[in-house]
Write a protein of this length. Structure first.
Lengths: 305, 281
């Protein structure tokens, strides 16, 4: 369990985090979403004791990170794929971390094998691609078989196979009852991976929800096509839905979801040719939520007439 | 803010980690820091630099001995003392202390301070482990190179008399060798402190070079009174004062020891404050 309470961080005049509070539960993959500059990395760095908060606190399992002894056995984290000495080999990089936490050499070999870097274990990190460095970072995070995993933009630099692998790995970790928090600025990426979502903008929490509820909440209405549209519309109106005709065989029903429409049509023996749930895409919802909180915005170029 | 309910999930039922004593944390951190030093090529490059400086010192002594042997008795009486530690050890000190400085500055410049602090988030313990490793490298390396220089000097000087030969026998040089190693150790800790405060390899090494190699030369340009005051507190000049050898400086062995302790205190104090308060980026 990760608990963040009233976290505020100032860098001079810049307010990076503004009274941020949230919880991350075990047994689920939680996405930490926000546009660039929203404060995701700052929050993660404070949770992990790398930055000092101006006020507030961040606790993992009820303790500040810097109070945990041999923390890699409890918490695994990747904050920067490039944060390994380029002159050191992958196996030595992991061995140094492992030694500080009394983790055996066998575990180093196991995680290198797990992330697919066993063949390049003795090569210097300086010669690694971004994807290989990302895998090395994930290997470091998994070294101590931790109950809590925090990853900052873990998919950056990974190829399609790597992305699929990390999604699967994160799902497995969560299924084992671990707490998994990963940050991203891409909603599309999160939609396929996470159970819960924390959305922040300009250092403030904008939303704390599950992915399912987020989808449901922003689902607007259902487009219905039936050769007996008028009869079906009457049935649905009787169920409390509001109906708007579009064409003779098509109408839009609001206040009732697609499965309920299908059930009602089947009960009334009315054929249905199409049911389309219409709602804002998750991307739309995310952009709508964070639109006001974007720190850096590009200027759209309009055509000159 | 939008808040929605989420289904509750039972907390993971993992066994709590066994209690770890602080001393065990420190030992593990020291072992990890030792492994970090051993697994970088730059460590061996600086050790090679120390070896090269020692060999170069021997070459200079070889030439000096040749010149001494060809000189008249009157000229021989005016020769400088051929204490190889005076020529070699400032350079050895610079190379060995550079290892200490780079043990922290490269972590800042490569970003590997992040994983380092994730592994050992107790900053005092991490810095203490680095200081211990730096001190060990400085003391052992300093002792080895000083002994190597002494062995070379003993062989090259043979039974030549004073003033060229500074010691009646090689055993008389041992206090100087031990004190030289102690000064290298302290300089390594100072270099680590510089590295923590400056967080840049270039800045730390330039400052270290200034302290160990340039400042003693600069001191000669000061008026005599100020020269002695200033030169007496410089790290390389603490070796003869600590050993109680024949020297022109102002400090007694006890005074030199206090000065060494002050260097350690200031370096570690500044390092602890800087490392503890700053965000690690």
């Amino acid at each position: 369990m990760i608990l963040v309470r009233k976290l505020t961080k100032r860098y001079g005049q810049t307010l990076a985090l503004d009274n941020l509070s949230f919880e991350v539960r075990p047994g689920a993959v939680t996405g930490f979403l926000g546009p660039n500059g929203a404060g995701k990395s700052t929050a993660l760095r404070i949770i992990l004791g790398l930055h000092h908060p101006t006020s507030g606190e961040a606790l993992i399992g009820g303790r500040r990170y810097d109070r945990i002894r041999h923390p890699m056995r409890e918490v695994g984290a990747v904050l920067d794929a490039n944060a390994a000495h380029p002159g050191r080999s992958a196996v030595h990089h992991l061995a140094c971390l492992a030694r500080s936490n009394r983790i055996g050499r066998a575990r180093v070999r196991a995680v290198l094998d797990q992330v697919g870097l066993a063949d390049v274990a003795h090569k210097r990190v300086g010669g690694f691609s971004l994807g290989m460095r990302q895998r090395l970072g994930i290997a470091a995070a998994l070294l101590g078989d931790p109950a809590v995993v925090l990853l900052d933009e873990p998919i950056n630099g990974l190829d399609a196979t790597g992305i699929r692998w990390i999604r699967s790995a994160l799902r497995t970790l969560a299924a084992e009852g671990r707490t998994v928090l990963l940050s991203s600025h891409l909603m599309s990426e999160m939609a396929l991976t996470v159970d819960d979502v924390l959305i922040i903008g300009r250092g403030r929490l904008l939303a704390e929800t599950s992915m399912t509820e987020m989808r449901d909440r922003f689902e607007r209405d259902v487009l219905v096509r039936s050769p007996r549209a008028a009869d079906l519309a009457a049935v649905l109106t009787g169920l409390g839905a509001s109906v708007t005709a579009v064409e003779t065989d098509t109408f839009v029903a609001a206040g009732v979801d697609a499965p309920a429409i299908a059930a009602a049509a089947a009960a009334a023996a009315i054929p249905v040719h199409g049911l389309t749930s219409r709602g804002a895409t998750l991307e739309d919802v995310y952009l709508q939520m964070t639109g006001e909180a974007v720190e850096y915005r590009s200027t759209e170029r309009t055509a000159q007439s | 803010m939008t808040t929605m309910t989420r289904p509750g999930t039972a907390d993971s039922s993992r066994a709590p980690a066994p209690a770890v004593r602080r001393s065990q944390l420190w030992r593990d951190a020291v072992a990890a820091e030792w492994l970090k030093l051993r697994t970088l090529r730059s460590t061996y490059a600086f050790l090679a630099g120390g070896a090269a400086a020692t060999l170069l010192g021997m070459l200079i002594l070889f030439l000096l001995v040749g010149s001494f042997d060809g000189a008249s008795a009157a000229e021989q009486a005016n020769y400088e003392t051929a204490d190889l530690t005076v020529v070699v050890m400032p350079f050895v000190t610079f190379f060995l202390a550079s290892i200490a400085a780079m043990s922290i500055t490269t972590e800042f410049t490569t970003g590997s301070i992040g994983p380092g602090l994730l592994a050992v988030p107790q900053r005092r313990i991490l810095l203490g482990a680095k200081a211990t490793t730096a001190a060990a490298v400085g003391l052992i390396g300093g002792l080895l190179f000083a002994l190597l220089a002494l062995a070379g000097a003993t062989l090259l000087l043979g039974d030549r008399p004073a003033p060229l030969n500074p010691w009646p026998s090689w055993t008389h040089a041992l206090p100087t060798v031990a004190c030289a190693a102690l000064v290298v150790m302290v300089t390594s800790i100072v270099a680590l402190g510089l590295g923590v405060v400056l967080r840049s390899t270039a800045s730390a090494l330039v400052t270290l070079g200034g302290l160990v190699l340039v400042a003693p030369v600069f001191a000669h340009f000061l008026p005599t009174t100020w020269h002695l005051r200033f030169a007496s507190v410089l790290l390389p000049n603490l070796t003869p004062q600590l050993a109680g050898a024949d020297h022109p400086y102002l400090l007694s062995p006890a005074g030199a020891l206090v000065m060494l302790l002050a260097y350690v205190g200031v370096a570690l104090g500044a390092g602890l404050i800087a490392f503890g308060r700053r965000d690690a980026t």
